[in-house]
Design a protein around this ligand. Structure first.
Ligand SMILES: [Zn+2]
Ligand SMILES: [Zn+2]
Length: 389
C-alpha cells in the first residue's frame, strides 16, 4: 500500500453495497438451505466436510494467506498454483482480490485509528451485513500495487478473471461421483459455511480472547481464540499472527493446534516446501511488546475486548469438542482398536470443561497488563520461552 497524498487515510469513507459479493453469498446460501435439505445424504455431508477442510487448509490458510500474502515459505511454482487454485475455490475471490482485501485491512489497522469496517468494531449483526454484503469506499485511499511476480503472472491473471468459474470442474466431478447431492453439498453448502465461518472467526479474533503480545500504535489488537484452532486450520491464533505476520507457524505453543503448520511440516518432510519462517527468523519490531499474563491489568489504556454472546461461545465449544471426540472415535475404528471408554469420557469432560471456562470468562474477564521489552535480547528470550512452553 502506497501513500497517495497527505490526505490519504483509513478513517474517512463510506460503506456501500457490493452486489457481486452479496449476491454470490445469497445464491449459495439459498441453494445450501433448500437444496441441502432436499438432497440430504450422509455421504454427501462427509464429502462436503472433507473438501471444506482441504480447501480451507491447503487453499486458504496455506496457499493464499501464508504463501501468497506473507511469503512465509517457499515451494515450486506448480505447487503454488495448485494451492492458490484451492484457495480461490473457497469462494472469496481471485488471488488479486484476496491480496487487496488483506493488504488494505493490514494497512488500515497499522494506523492509530481507522474505520470500524476494518476492525470489526460493530454489533455482530451489523458486522455480518458489512463484511458479507458490503465494501468500503475510502475518501482518500492509498495506491494498491501487486508485486510484479504475481501481478504479471498469466496464470494468476487467468485465476482472477475466472474465480467463479473455477467451481465448475469440481461441480462436474461431484456430479459424476454422486449426482446433485454432491454438487449442492460440495459446492454451495461448502461455500456458505466457508464464507460465514471466515467472517465469524475474523470478528471473534478482533474482539475477544487471549493475548501474549501487544502491538503499540495499532488501531486494533488480534486475539488468540481458544478451542477453534482445529476447525480454523490454525488461523484462530490471531494474536500470534498480528505479532509475527511473516511466520509460517501460527500456533506457537504446543497447546495451540495448527493444522496448517502440521500440513507444511509433512510437505517439508517429503521435500515439497522449504524455508519455513518462524518468529525468530523475522526482523525485530520495536512496536511489539510481550504481555505478562500473571498480573491482572490495571491499565485502562488497554483495549477492552467486546462481549461475545454466550450462545456463540457455546456453539464453538460444542463443535470443537465434538471434532476432537469424532477424530478419536474414527482413529480407533480405522485402526481396529477396541473403543476406549476412558478416553471417550475424557473427551466428554473436555467439552464440559471448555464450556465452563467460557461461561466463567464472561463473568471475570481479566485483562493482562504488558511490559516493555527493553531490548532485542529480552524479546528473543520471550519468544523462545513461549515456543518451548
Ligand atoms: Zn487481524
Ligand atoms: Zn495475514
Amino acid at each position: 500500500m502506497l501513500r497517495q497524498s497527505d490526505r490519504t487515510n483509513p478513517v474517512e469513507g463510506r460503506i456501500v453495497w457490493a452486489p457481486v459479493k452479496s449476491l454470490w453469498f445469497l445464491f449459495h446460501a439459498f441453494f445450501a438451505m433448500i437444496g441441502g435439505y432436499l438432497t440430504f445424504r450422509y455421504d454427501a455431508v462427509f464429502v462436503s466436510f472433507v473438501f471444506t477442510l482441504t480447501t480451507l487448509c491447503l487453499g486458504h490458510s496455506i496457499g493464499l494467506h501464508r504463501l501468497l500474502v506473507h511469503r512465509s515459505f517457499e515451494c515450486p511454482r506448480w505447487l503454488e498454483y495448485a494451492f492458490v487454485h484451492l484457495g480461490t475455490v473457497v469462494g472469496m475471490g481471485g488471488p488479486f482480490r484476496i491480496l487487496y482485501m488483506h493488504d488494505i485491512r493490514d494497512w488500515s489497522q497499522r494506523h492509530e485509528s481507522c474505520h470500524r469496517y476494518f476492525i470489526h468494531q460493530n454489533p455482530l449483526w451489523r458486522d455480518f451485513l458489512w463484511q458479507i454484503h458490503c465494501d468500503i469506499r475510502l475518501d482518500h485511499p492509498p495506491k494498491f500495487e501487486i508485486e510484479p511476480r504475481v501481478g504479471n503472472d498469466r496464470m494468476y491473471q487467468f485465476m482472477e478473471r475466472t474465480w467463479m468459474l473455477q467451481q465448475l470442474p469440481w461441480a462436474v466431478l461431484f456430479y459424476a461421483l454422486g449426482g446433485a447431492a454432491y454438487v449442492v453439498w460440495g459446492i454451495s453448502v461448502r461455500i456458505t459455511v466457508s464464507l460465514f465461518g471466515h467472517w465469524l472467526v475474523g470478528y471473534l479474533a478482533h474482539n475477544s480472547g487471549q493475548r501474549d503480545w501487544h502491538v503499540s500504535g495499532h488501531a486494533i489488537q488480534g486475539y488468540n481464540v481458544p478451542h477453534i484452532g482445529l476447525i480454523t486450520m490454525g488461523e484462530s491464533w490471531h494474536n500470534n499472527h498480528h505479532a509475527f505476520p511473516g511466520s509460517a507457524k501460527l500456533g506457537l505453543l504446543p497447546s495451540q493446534h495448527d493444522p496448517g503448520w502440521w500440513a507444511l511440516c509433512v510437505l517439508r518432510a517429503i521435500g515439497l516446501v522449504s524455508h519455513l519462517k518462524l518468529p525468530a527468523d523475522l526482523p525485530e519490531r520495536s512496536e511489539l511488546v510481550p504481555i505478562n499474563q500473571e498480573r491482572p491489568n490495571n491499565n485502562p489504556a488497554n483495549p477492552t475486548p467486546g462481549n461475545i454472546p454466550l450462545w456463540i461461545r457455546a456453539l464453538l465449544t460444542a463443535v470443537d469438542g465434538l471434532l476432537v471426540q469424532n477424530a478419536m472415535l474414527n482413529a480407533q475404528t480405522l485402526f481396529g482398536l477396541p473403543l476406549n471408554w476412558r478416553l471417550f469420557d475424557l473427551s466428554l469432560s473436555k467439552v464440559a470443561l471448555c464450556f465452563t471456562w467460557n461461561v466463567r470468562s464472561i463473568a471475570h474477564v481479566n485483562f493482562p497488563t504488558h511490559q516493555k521489552a527493553s531490548n532485542r535480547k529480552s524479546l528473543r528470550k520471550t519468544i523462545k520461552h513461549l515456543i518451548k512452553r
